[in-house]
Design a protein around this ligand. Structure first.
Ligand code: TYD
Ligand code: ZN
Length: 407
């Protein structure tokens, strides 16, 4: 097996597992026989800086292009979630017309929209042009580019330093992560706060949610690894909050070292990580065993249902479904169609060999299948509530990861 370099601290790390050939998770295809870019999805863990990472990364341009399919504003629950964070920051940091808020990976403006409505100076940075255009239409000032030291310097010279830098569900997207953390350290005011939020490694291990791993999620962060990264640039995590969004995320509050008291939440989370063994390679070996078992269980269930001659459809075509479908070898023969509400995905096919047609979720009410795989399991409450009629008709939901729950 080949050895790789840790992208945070540059030491050699070993491959832990390969998921086999994978497409880019968000590269939904227009026509079934379109050419697709495939790469080997392999994972590794660095025992020095504790960063869990994907080892071979496709070129950034292949993932974050002018046709980026992921639109943050497809979920009302997520919209409320980011509005609450905006309100909290405005209150606690007393943000006003002389403040400056920067968001790295601002997508369709889901967070900055509320900052913009309050007339607080702001700037979003995003690598995908199509989402920048959507944000601009909402009145969110946006710069199209890859954030790093040079964009940080450019922003400082044009607008000054930032009171808040927000980066949600983006820190796991960036190959040259040292460049981004250093850029943030140059852009943030001495008393400013960097807020990052990403799927949590603790939650991934606890829930066995291996579908968090794909090309665009090239790291699954923990408190330990976040601190290893930011400590290099004289920054530290001083507070942490955990939530259930995106299958379980941690929100890190990061500031200049030794400026603030480290919160009780941080101390408690450190203890939890130690208990779970987040810094031990043996934890990941066990995780891999659980992943393989989960694949086996899902295949057994799907084969059983198909052998009974029953129909299976899917709900939600998140990036996560690309990992599940391709790793478990499921395609349009197993799952007839997937329903989703993203305009960027409807009428396309799921990537890789799976090639399952994506229909508008507004048509789901007519669906008469016996089973529906809830690929967007992280939105379970919102979706099951919206689609109550499916269960009433006798339809059953399947959660495709971990123990493969049937609801
Ligand atoms: P999400 O879990 O947000 O993202 P990721 O791609 O990072 O794994 O994706 C959820 C998908 O589910 C997205 O394609 C939109 C879709 N969806 C619906 O179709 N209907 C809904 O009510 C919700 C909440 C999501
Ligand atoms: Zn490392």
């Amino acid at each position: 097996m080949k050895n790789y370099k840790c992208r945070v601290c540059n030491i050699e790390i070993k491959e832990l597992m390969s998921f086999g050939k994978m497409p880019i998770a968000n590269a939904f295809v227009k026509n079934k026989n379109d050419d697709q870019y495939l790469f080997n999805l392999k994972i590794g863990f660095c025992e020095k800086c504790f960063t869990f990472q994907v080892l071979e990364i496709p070129e950034a341009k292949k993932m974050f292009n002018n046709n980026y399919a992921y639109l943050a504003s497809t979920s009302q629950v997520m919209k409320n979630h980011w509005k609450e964070l905006g309100d909290k920051l405005i209150r606690e940091k007393k943000l006003e017309k002389s403040s400056f808020v920067v968001e790295v990976g601002s997508n369709d403006g889901i967070f900055l929209e509320n900052i913009s409505k309050k007339e607080i100076p702001h700037l979003g940075v995003d690598a995908s042009k199509n989402v920048c255009d959507i944000a601009e239409k909402k009145g969110v000032k946006t710069l199209n580019g890859f954030f790093g030291i040079s964009i940080a310097d450019e922003i400082v010279s044009k607008h000054g330093k930032a009171d808040i830098i927000l980066s949600t569900n983006t820190m796991h997207h960036i190959e040259d992560i040292n460049n981004v953390a250093e850029g943030m350290s140059k852009l943030i005011k001495d008393d400013g706060i960097i807020v990052t939020e990403d799927p949590s490694l603790v939650e991934m291990i606890k829930k066995n949610s291996y579908d968090q791993i794909y090309a665009e999620h090239m790291y699954i962060w923990s408190l330990a690894s976040m601190n290893s990264l930011f400590n290099k640039f004289n920054l530290e995590v001083f507070d942490i909050e955990n939530n259930n969004f995106h299958g379980g995320c941690s929100r890190y509050f990061i500031g200049k070292k030794n400026k603030r008291k480290i919160s009780q939440n941080v101390i408690a989370h450190e203890k939890l990580e130690t208990k779970i063994g987040i810094n031990k390679i043996s934890t990941y070996r066990k995780f891999i065993e659980n992943v393989e078992l989960s694949k086996k269980k899902l295949n057994q269930l799907i084969n059983k249902i198909k052998n009974e001659g029953k129909k299976i459809v899917g709900y939600g075509a998140p990036a996560k479904s690309t990992t599940v479908l391709n790793y478990c070898g499921l395609n349009y023969e197993a799952i007839d169609v997937i329903y989703d509400n993203s305009a960027t995905k409807i009428n396309k096919y799921t990537p890789g060999k799976s090639l399952i047609k994506i229909n508008n979720s507004s048509d789901f009410e007519k669906e008469l299948s016996e089973y529906c795989v809830l690929f967007a399991w992280n939105h379970k409450d919102e979706i099951l509530n919206k689609e109550k009629q499916y269960s009433k008709k006798g339809g059953k939901w399947i959660i495709p990861v971990d123990g493969i729950e049937i609801i």
